[in-house]
Design a protein around this ligand. Structure first.
Ligand code: FAD
Length: 304
């Protein structure tokens, strides 16, 4: 538990009403799973985040940066520390010449719609990814042949020691669902994107087609974190899981989706322990059947 005097200190440096205690993380993750976090703070500006990080560092209080919680499984026991949400309270997108600049908490949907409204192409792939710009940059999120690395021009971040830095696309060392920022624990504040001139109606059409593909193929009616596993070299996780006969496999309220076996879904009452056990069973069975090790794409937070 966090000392109440430290909670008061946190309240004195960030917007007071944005500091919550014993906050259920199931309300902040797309899995709709997760116990309580000791403290949950929604950040509204750079000043707040820098001061908060300084305080937490000096008191050695553990913290975790949350975007939209769309790639996270939080333990049933919750999180002993401070969750710093860089989300809707820290969002906004604008254009400077041919560069689109977005605060880290901006949703990918808002960013890609902004680009479309301004006749800019390149972000269509991101319109259906339910995360923030910060989460997308960290994860090098991608879909339908697009990836954040293809369009990212520059990233503004805070290092673990509290220094604000700018990273070029090359500095970010993007990899499949990974980046230098993820490995080094940088916190993303803002990202800049270089896009190309396009035609609004064409861009809108592509976005509509991709949204339909998602609705047709993905179990969007159930809480999930999207694809639970990374794509193994030379295979598709969903196909391996389906071919191993695991569609519909359940542990408690956690289930391998019948619609898309790459998605592990919460059918309504799944605990984090159910989901974790299901993930492990799927990994074991796929390894036994095909000698392929599935690596989770989902990030685990708390004790498992
Ligand atoms: C229905 C569904 C479909 C999905 N489809 C796709 C898809 O097509 N492609 C794809 O790549 N992903 C997909 N995902 C997964 C997820 O949306 C992405 O990984 C997304 O980029 C995560 O963003 P987030 O803001 O939700 O991050 P979170 O889940 O909140 O966090 C993910 C990681 O990013 C870190 N993080 C978040 N914000 C910051 C920040 N500002 N600074 C530093 N670190 C930060 C967190 O600490 C954590 O390590 C899908 C998920 C769902 C539920």
């Amino acid at each position: 538990m966090i000392d109440p005097t430290i909670i008061e200190e946190i309240k004195s440096i960030v917007t007071r009403q944005n500091v919550l205690t014993d906050e259920p993380m199931c309300d902040h993750t797309t899995f709709k799973i997760g116990g309580k976090a000791d403290v949950f703070v929604s950040i509204i500006n750079e000043h707040e985040i820098l001061r908060l990080l300084e305080l937490l560092r000096s008191r050695q209080i553990p913290f975790f940066i949350l975007g939209n919680g769309s790639n996270i499984l939080v333990s049933d026991e919750g999180y002993r520390g401070v969750i710093i949400e860089i989300g809707s309270a820290y969002s906004g997108v604008r254009m400077l010449d041919d560069i689109v600049i977005a605060k880290a908490g901006t949703t990918m949907a808002k960013l890609s719609h902004f680009a479309m409204e301004n006749d800019l192409t390149g972000l269509e792939f991101a319109s259906g990814i339910p995360g923030t710009v910060g989460g997308g940059i960290i994860m090098n999120a991608g879909a339908y042949g697009g990836e954040m690395r293809q369009i990212t021009y520059r990233v503004k971040a805070v290092t673990p020691s509290g220094e604000v830095i700018y990273l070029s696309n090359a500095d970010m060392e993007f990899e499949y669902r990974n980046s230098k920022a993820k490995k080094e624990g940088y916190i993303i504040l803002q990202a800049e994107f270089r896009l190309h001139r396009g035609e609004k109606s064409v861009i809108e059409g592509i976005m509509r087609d991709l949204a339909k593909k998602r609705r047709d193929k993905q179990p969007l009616e159930f809480p999930s974190a999207g694809s639970t596993f990374k794509r193994p070299q030379g295979y598709y996780a969903g196909k391996l899981i389906a071919d191993a006969g695991l569609k519909g496999l359940s542990v408690g309220g956690a289930q391998v989706s019948e619609k898309h076996a790459g998605f592990l879904i919460n059918t309504g009452s799944a605990t984090a322990a159910d989901m974790y056990e299901l993930i492990n069973q799927v990994r074991t069975k796929v390894k036994e059947a095909y000698s392929v090790v599935l690596e989770p794409e989902v990030i685990f937070l708390g004790e498992f």
